[in-house]
Write a protein of this length. Structure first.
Length: 382
């Protein structure tokens, strides 16, 4: 059971893009103090690294490196480590996380070019190849798989294939898809994928991770402008000193993550989890649409991770809606797209169809009480 709401004692679930609702099994795995010098702990780290490579890569070709911090630390570490000073990175921008990669690239002094698309349009492979033709100096392409801003699932398999013979390195922010949507370095034609502990693997926050081709890791020595975010050095220490982190590692988060990986396996792996998320998301949209809410994205671009809905007309008020749902045990998320007034509901984490049904009943009740949904009687009338 998750923490009850302090005021009402109701169990609260997070319907957010992370941190997520985790199981007590995962949280209980943290209830232990371990030393970073202990080989039992280093075994756990090495096992996690191996499992991540098995999940999305190939053991003889790829390797995994973990880095302290949230997902953004992993993205900043990856851009700084893999893109050389002399290089230039094309960043796909159709949401806040793409824009954040541009900001990071600029902040750390890289040459960055934006491939801009509207937030409601997927990244289009032919526009990207045109940009590559026009900018032959580009060495790296960076893209977000699931743009959590809107819920858009960018078709990176197609994009990766379209750019695969151009000699550019392809870096994917798979933060909110890895573990919840089947993907691999091969399926995306990617060289590097980045994700974090508290998204679809369903662990708790505390570190980010990168699975990359060894070739790319080896070639990145000495490139990072940051000491703490140097993935090459972090990788070298993990490789040569058997799972050691350079600086204090988030031991409790690591223990929880190892349990989360075991739990993912018990659920039936990524395809079973993907199926559960798809079921959750389909139930959510169907139920919300039948209440009169309108989703931002057309179904063909919608990920099974998080859904953006337009705000209904007044008397709807997001803060009041949020508080009323929270009081009933459901924590939703504000909108993040720039051109529309929206809110978001995530369906990843330890969330099941029964939770979505309870949520929909709560939304209907709250909407009627607040007067932005028609009452039962009004709806029953022809
Ligand atoms: C969550 C997320 C991130 C990282 O965000 P943090 O708050 O730093 O963990 C990056 N990209 C995407 C697509 C995300 O969903």
């Amino acid at each position: 059971m998750t923490q009850p709401d302090q005021a009402t004692g109701t169990r609260q679930i997070l319907l957010t893009p992370g941190p997520l609702t985790t199981t007590s099994r995962v949280r209980e795995a943290m209830n232990r103090d371990v030393s970073t010098w202990d080989t039992d702990y280093n075994d756990v780290v090495q096992d996690i690294r191996r499992q991540l490579v098995d999940l999305v890569g190939q053991a003889d070709r790829d390797s995994a490196v973990l880095v302290q911090g949230s997902g953004t630390f992993g993205i900043e570490a990856a851009l700084g480590t893999f893109v050389p000073r002399s290089g230039s990175v094309l960043v796909i921008d159709n949401g806040a996380y793409g824009r954040r990669m541009l900001t990071i690239a600029e902040r750390i002094g890289l040459t960055a070019v934006s491939a801009h698309f509207p937030e409601t349009a997927p990244a289009d492979a032919s526009s990207v190849t045109n940009l590559l033709n026009a900018n032959p100096d580009i060495t790296h392409v960076a893209a977000v798989h699931c743009e959590t801003t809107s819920g858009m699932l960018n078709p990176l398999e197609e994009l990766g294939e379209a750019i695969s013979d151009r000699g550019v390195t392809f870096l994917v922010d798979a933060m909110s898809s890895l573990g919840g949507i089947p993907l691999s370095l091969d399926s995306l034609h990617a060289d590097i994928v980045v994700s974090s502990a508290n998204k679809c693997i369903q662990g708790v926050p505390g570190f980010a991770f990168v699975v990359a081709r060894r070739r790319a890791l080896e070639a990145s020595e000495g490139q990072a402008p940051s000491l703490a975010l140097d993935l090459h050095d972090q990788w070298q220490v993990m490789e040569s000193q058997y799972g050691k982190w350079r600086f204090t590692s988030p031991t409790h988060t690591v223990l929880a993550f190892a349990e989360a990986l075991a739990e993912l396996h018990d659920e039936g792996g990524v395809s079973a989890r993907h199926h559960r998320y798809c079921t959750n998301q389909a139930l959510l949209v169907e139920g919300m649409e039948s209440l009169g809410f309108v989703a931002l994205l057309p179904r063909e671009h919608q990920s099974p991770i998080i859904t953006t809905f337009h705000n209904p007309s007044p008397p709807f008020d997001f803060d009041t809606f949020y508080q009323a749902l929270k009081h009933r045990g459901f924590v939703i998320y504000p909108g993040k797209v720039t051109d529309a007034d929206t809110f978001r509901i995530g369906n990843i984490g330890d969330i099941h169809p029964a939770d979505i049904r309870r949520l929909l009943a709560a939304i209907e009740q709250v909407g009627r009480d607040a007067g932005f949904l028609p009452s039962h009687n009004a709806r029953a009338q022809p």
